[in-house]
Design a protein around this ligand. Sequence first.
Ligand code: ZN
Length: 474
Amino acid sequence: MEEESKSLPSKDNFSEWYNELLMTAQIMDVRYPIKGVYVWYPFGFSIRKKVYNMLRNLLDVDHQETYFPMLIPKPELLKESEHIKGFEDEVYWVTHGGLSELEVPLALRPTSETAIYPMYKLWIRSHADLPLKLYQIVNTFRYETKHTRPLIRLREITSFKEAHTAHETWDDAEKQVHEAMDLYSEFFTKLAVPFIVHRRPEWDKFPGADYTMAFDAMMPDGKSLQIGTVHHLGTKFAKTYDITYEDDKGERQYVNQTCYGISERCIAAVIGIHGDNKGLVLPPNASQTQIVIIPIVFKKDEGGVKDACQKVKELLRANDIIAVIDDADERPGAKYYKWEMKGTPFRIEIGPRDLKNNSVMLVRRDGKKESISMDGLPETVRNKLMDFQTELLNVARDSMMSRVKSCETLDEAKQQIENGWATMPWCGDKACGLEMENVVNCKLLGEAHTIKGAGKCPVCGKATDRIITMARSY
Ligand code: ZN
């Protein structure tokens, strides 16, 4: 078939497949003339819109959306020393306005703590103002020197959802950390993206945080992709930016803060985890179009196939299922190819024979095919979409878990991370952790859980309950 001539490289070569798919399926155009800066195609943006609306809906339950400026005055950015140490190599600076040099250089936000917290100082007065839970979805800029990659490692992150909360006590903020983790779990589950949450080791936490919890997904090449983080900031930033409230005894106290973020990497995870050699595979929740209806019309439109397609479309739409008809003047094979590339979950084929049988042919994106009755069609389709969504998650989760293996020696771990993740006991000492990273040539993602009597640290031999996950990472 000639329409298959533009086929993708095999997904076994993940990197090549990924880059080709982003262009062929029209998600990101990589031809913009700045390294690490890419353009959303309208189709790609439709996925972004769908996914971020889902995220907004989850947050809007008890957060408020806001917008802070992209420009941050240098003195504000430099105030929190640990924080700036984490970002100083990556900040873009605006130094001129027209031809004149600015008195105060302005940073393009690498993240927004230092834009937001000086305002929190003005906004928060008393315990009645707490908790404060705001979020924004904005672009951020980081001068990445590592190999850049669309949606994954960017100089302009286009879709950074960052939430910033303030609370009375450290425990209140800790409670918020858990609420944020629950919210993210729900979000990634809706995206059919399986993950493991790790408590990042001290040396890899967010600069300035008390601790960092991170959501890690496994990409097809076995590397980990950090897709979300939740940070307990304690009073660190409150002390730097002097954010205080008056407690019920009339005394001034520092607020305790959290922040948590998700970027377009969540879309990279959906693409990478579910796509196949024919293109994207989108979970129904993330796809703008859930059903494409394809009329199978021969020489003349026997028995009103096109009318029937129209009716089915209206029926599905009336039941909140997003269906479109592809009645372009192309062979059905060319249409299948096109919609499969775009990852549309289901297609419905309707031909004269289906009409005679009062049925339609339903084909799932994974190729499973069945004839279903016109009677009760919307309910049947809705249930099958839900099944498909659940199956995608289950298959991906099984695949991930089958590639996480507990290892006894560092040599074994080194082998294991070639195509998955390794878990090992770890005493908790930084020196031992760094040695493990060094020998295995990996990143310690952190602790997912502890097990009584987990074993002995492979470096110092101390008995421990801690288990650490090791992986190559993006
Ligand atoms: Zn040790």
